[in-house]
Design a protein around this ligand. Structure first.
Ligand code: GDP
Ligand code: MG
Length: 603
């Protein structure tokens, strides 16, 4: 395709502002889909995405659009993931485009992810076209939103397009703006092939599908290509694009976005951000900015029913086929038996995987306390030339405290964007989580806060708390800023005098007592009464720092109906059995599945 007739753009927006709806509408208007095919949102195609209204994997569609100037253009639309956990994927998608539609809800105005996305977009030198969406809503106030875009975002908004992705208002204007305002890509057809690996996923029919943006040269079926960071070579067996249905193409030239397949079985061979080049005539330099993504949050996943272990292994392996950023290895726990230690990009990522395992694979799971990755500097052991440093993913593996010289924990820099009235409570939340305030500014009645926070304090429930304190108005974005030393200790939880390793966690010494007390109180409510008294304790080393006791049940539940109604008695017993299914036995104590996560939430 002639470079001047190409336009590559992404849509950026805060969650729920209408990104996916707009994308679907653009596809429909340019003839990619019929009305019937439009009936469900096209771009968000996983169940969970639909339900949570978030886009997990970036998707790309190639559209043909005949503009008012009579020329036909090829538009490549990239939908980007909308959550901080997937920031790197967003960054790669943006790097593949020359411009972006900035969608802002006409009733809600600018939000934190609007800003975070705009900053990223600007970093990639994008031409940004503001689109004020949902103008059909009675509460829409496009003029106010225009002013916000100018004052807060710092972009001219005079020529913002007013649109409704729902009713179709302004869609033609959006298409014209893409053609007239977003620049065509640059690229050299005669230079050696250089293409960026933007995304990849596993398709049961095609194998691993790789989404690419060609920078220079062209890629064809039958070509031998090399992945520069991965170091592997592959034979390209398909080249094409999504319209949104798959269409094979003879080639992808400079500036074009599309997919290739190359008989790759394992998605971990395809690293987002890698440079693809020709084997015989390779590019001399890879594209800049390649980064290996590393899991930052770990937790254990165990089947409630030990007999489900094999099923869990199969299900996890299947999910992993489509998500190379998630890691797993087998783990055994004294209390929980066989399971897996899994690594995730963030908490949302963890929840998504956990939910898919539960829902799509019908597994009852116990999730242990999420943990970040600690660096532990050990003291020099006898006979060792040098003191060792280990990375700790699992509190259960914490070395003997006498062997620890120091512990470092990961920190993040968080940007929070919140209406004035909630600022006080948000500051308190950050303070309680050992945050260090770096900056506070006001724009248009809202505060923009920058905090440094230990990731450890964020993984449990920070995001949920932030949302509930601000009634959903606060928005949050973060990036990691490295490890720092901290006074950290392992806190164990003992139920009926036995440590439950799945509940042990690493905490800051000053926060340990409050957290221990809280855990004991929560567990007291969550663990049902038994026929005997159950002590619950939190301890650091051998020292108990908090304690609660669950009183004994006075009678067997069936005792009430002795002599009488047999069927009622049977029903009660069955009910009890049903309840047991979702519990795990710890020695003689049954702990319900939900206790594991619920106990971790800080009130
Ligand atoms: P995304 O999270 O940015 O992808 O947002 P979605 O496209 O999923 O839209 C979020 C919600 O807003 C959905 O319920 C849409 O139906 C609704 N929505 C999207 N565009 C419009 C619009 O122009 N007008 C109205 N009234 N609702 C819209
Ligand atoms: Mg969406």
């Amino acid at each position: 395709t002639d470079l001047s007739k190409l336009r590559n753009f992404s849509i950026i927006a805060h969650i729920d502002h209408g990104k996916s709806t707009l994308a679907d509408r653009l596809i429909q208007r340019t003839g990619g889909l019929t009305e019937r095919e439009m009936s469900s949102q096209v771009l968000d195609n996983m169940d969970i995405e639909k339900e949570r209204g978030i886009t997990i994997k970036a998707q790309t569609v190639r559209l043909d659009y005949t503009a008012k100037d009579g020329e036909t253009y090829v538009l490549n639309l990239m939908d980007t993931p909308g959550h901080v956990d997937f920031a790197y994927e967003v960054s790669r998608s943006l790097a593949a485009c020359e411009g972006a539609l900035l969608v802002v809800d006409a009733a809600q105005g600018v939000e934190a992810q609007t800003l975070a996305n705009v900053y990223q977009s600007i970093e990639h030198d994008h031409e940004i076209v503001p689109v004020i969406n949902k103008v059909d809503l009675p509460s829409a106030d496009p003029d106010k939103v225009k002013k916000e875009i100018e004052d807060i975002v710092g972009l001219p908004a005079d020529d913002a397009v007013l649109a409704s992705a729902k009713t179709g208002i302004g869609i033609d204007e959006v298409l014209e703006a893409i053609v007239t305002r977003i620049p065509p890509p640059k690229g050299d057809r005669d230079a050696p092939l250089k293409a960026m690996l933007v995304d990849s996923w596993y398709d049961p029919y095609l194998g691993v599908v790789i989404l690419i943006r060609v920078i220079d040269g062209a890629i064809k079926k039958g070509q031998n290509v090399k992945f520069m960071a991965g170091g592997t070579t592959h034979l390209v067996d398909r080249v094409g694009a999504f319209r949104p249905k798959i269409e094979q193409l003879p080639e992808l030239g400079p500036g074009e976005i599309g997919f290739i397949t190359a008989q790759i079985k394992d998605i971990s061979e395809t690293r987002v951000g890698d440079t693809i080049t020709d084997v015989r005539r390779p590019a001399t330099e890879a594209l800049p900015g390649f980064k290996e993504v590393q899991p930052v949050v770990f937790c254990g996943l165990f089947p409630v029913d030990a007999a489900d272990f094999e099923k869990l292994r199969e299900s996890i392996s299947k999910l992993r086929l489509n998500d190379a950023s998630f890691s797993f290895e087998m783990e055994t726990s004294a209390a929980l038996g066989f399971g897996f230690r899994c690594g995730f990009l963030g908490l949302l990522h963890l929840e998504i995987i956990q939910e898919r395992l539960t829902r799509e694979y019908d597994l009852d799971l116990i999730t242990t306390a999420p943990s970040v990755v600690y660096k532990i500097h050990l003291t020099k052991a006898a006979g060792e030339a040098e003191a060792r440093t280990i990375e700790l993913h699992n509190p259960a593996d914490m070395p003997d405290p006498n062997r620890i010289a120091s512990i470092e924990e990961p920190w993040i820099e968080a940007t929070i964007y919140v209406p004035d009235e909630y600022l006080g409570s948000i500051l308190k939340l950050c303070q309680d989580r050992r945050g260090i305030q770096k900056n506070l500014t006001y724009v248009a009645g809202r505060a923009q806060l920058t905090y440094e926070l230990p990731l450890n304090e964020v993984v449990f429930d920070f995001y949920d708390r932030l949302k509930s304190i601000s009634r959903g108005y606060a928005s949050f974005d973060y990036h990691q800023i490295g490890h720092r030393e901290g006074d950290l200790v392992k806190m164990s939880i003992l139920v009926n005098n036995e440590p439950v390793d799945a509940l042990s966690m690493i905490v800051h010494r000053v926060a340990a007592e409050a957290r221990g007390r809280h855990m004991c109180e929560r567990l007291k409510d969550l663990i049902p009464r038994h026929l005997f008294k159950i002590p619950i304790q939190a301890a650091i080393g051998g020292k108990v720092i908090a304690r609660e006791t669950i009183a004994a049940l006075r009678k067997d539940v069936t005792a009430k109906c002795y002599g009488g109604d047999i069927s009622r008695k049977r029903k009660l017993l069955e009910k009890q059995k049903e309840g047991k299914k979702k519990m795990r036995e710890y020695g003689s104590v049954s702990i319900p599945q939900e206790a594991f996560i619920a106990a971790l939430r800080m009130g």
